[in-house]
Design a protein around this ligand. Structure first.
Ligand code: GLC
Length: 431
């Protein structure tokens, strides 16, 4: 082989190696993943112009609303009762360890002072940056802020329309390079001007059916941008697939990992920290007719079942047009907080406990402590496999000892659960 041929061949090999370079999370990023996984409970906030129509955040698509007519709502957006301090305090008191806020949903309206689109909060009569107020307050109160960012835009003409938002009568002037630049500019603003951001939470990948028409979202470069701007910032994408290269968490929509009742969660569970997002009623964005709130008991049991899968629960609240959180949501948040004050050690910083019996018995674990959550008041005896020897069994929150037998790898004890009990937590200290 000639010398120049050897040089060309090595250059090619080098280029291939560079291309195949895997994403290696930084130590800061790994630290954030750990904190994220230990936090177990976050509150999702879907708030945008859509709250004005009070029909949920898909209203523009669902009713095929002309995007220009829809945008007129901007001239009346005046959430005069918005109080970042009140929101963050209520959420912290609920025991949530982070907040995920919709900075720009599929409708395309930006909730912060962005220089890359006029369709933003500063051009409403309210005229104040919501993301700024929330970010400042989160930092002040010491709770992480995650930012939801939609890949879809039903208003912009340069967004290459996918399968949704077809009825909004915007002109089709698809220009992916321009739209991609726009998104990255906005992400740069969010990750530069608002202090520490815990995560960017993407949504909308599924708008382009990758199987029938190949579409390249160029996520690699976008993820690299995020990690370059804030190495500790986690990247998550609600694409309903196994995580892609460059992502730091795996998201499940409306189902705990491993279950697929809502039809969006058939994908395999990865080794990344997990998060399940779920609504408190049925809707993400405020919907005036949706009074179908889950009870506090259902919500706490959902949190327990999620923790039992080793995942976080990101529980949604849809703020109202005036800027307040619905009363029904506030009550439930407060009650969850009271419960977590007492039983939080069986949720925070735990991992999946290994054993479960359907939705009746769930286990979580922290080191040598195993928490057996009895979610069915009909249970009077527990007999479960356990490979480690037992030192003590007690009722969490009361400290009352429980008599038990441990023989041939089976732990056996009796319980008397009060009828109004949400979760009877038995604390098992292992040897
Ligand atoms: C869906 C919806 C969206 C919502 C999100 C939350 O993907 O498109 O409206 O924000 O789920 O999980």
């Amino acid at each position: 082989m000639k010398k120049w041929m050897v040089v060309v061949a090595s250059l090619c090999l080098f280029a291939m190696a560079v291309q195949a370079q895997k994403y290696v999370p930084t130590p800061e990023n790994l630290e954030s993943r750990k904190n994220f996984a230990e936090s177990r409970f976050g509150v999702f906030l879907h708030w945008g112009l859509y709250s004005m129509f009070a029909q949920g955040e898909w209203y523009m698509n669902n009713d095929s609303v002309d995007a220009r007519e829809y945008a007129k709502a901007m001239n009346a957006f005046y959430p005069h009762r918005f109080d970042a301090q009140a929101w963050v305090s209520a959420i912290k008191a609920a025991g949530a360890r982070y907040i995920c806020f919709t900075t720009r949903h599929h409708e395309g309206f930006s909730m912060w002072d962005t220089q890359y689109s006029d369709y933003n909060i500063m051009n409403t009569p309210y005229g104040q940056d919501i993301v700024r107020q929330l970010a400042d307050e989160c930092h002040r109160q010491g709770i992480d802020l995650h930012l939801y960012y939609s890949h879809i835009d039903w208003t912009r003409e340069d967004y290459p329309a996918g399968r949704t938002g077809r009825g909004t009568k915007r002109l089709d002037r698809a220009d992916w390079p321009a739209y991609y630049r726009f998104m990255n500019n906005q992400l740069t603003e969010l990750l530069t001007n608002y202090g520490k951001i815990g995560a960017i939470w993407f949504d909308g990948w599924w708008d382009h059916d990758v199987d029938s028409v190949p579409f390249d979202w160029e996520l690699d470069e976008q993820y690299r941008l995020i990690h370059r701007l804030q190495p500790a910032c986690l990247v998550g994408n609600n694409h309903h697939q196994v995580p892609f290269e460059g992502e730091d968490i795996q998201i499940f929509e409306r189902d705990v990992p491993g279950e697929n009742k809502a039809g969006l969660s058939g994908q395999e569970i990865s080794v990344l920290p997990l998060e399940t997002c779920q609504t408190m009623n049925y809707s993400w964005g405020y919907r005036v007719t949706d009074h179908y709130y889950k009870s506090t008991k259902e919500l706490i049991q959902l949190l327990v079942r999620t923790a039992g899968k080793g995942a976080n629960l990101l529980l949604n609240v849809g703020p109202q047009p005036d800027g307040t959180l619905p009363e029904a949501a506030l009550t439930r948040l407060a009650e969850m907080g009271q419960w977590l004050d007492r039983y939080g050690e069986s949720i925070y910083a735990t991992v999946a406990g290994g054993y479960r019996d359907g939705d009746r018995i769930i286990t979580t674990r922290n080191g040598n402590t195993l928490y057996v959550h009895l979610l069915d008041t009909g249970i009077d005896r527990v007999s479960m496999p356990l490979s480690q020897k037992v030192k003590r069994v007690e009722v969490l929150g009361e400290g009352t000892r429980i008599d038990y037998k441990y023989k041939k790898g089976v732990l056996d004890f009796g319980v008397e659960i009060p009828d109004d009990c949400i979760d009877y937590v038995v604390k098992v200290t292992l040897k």
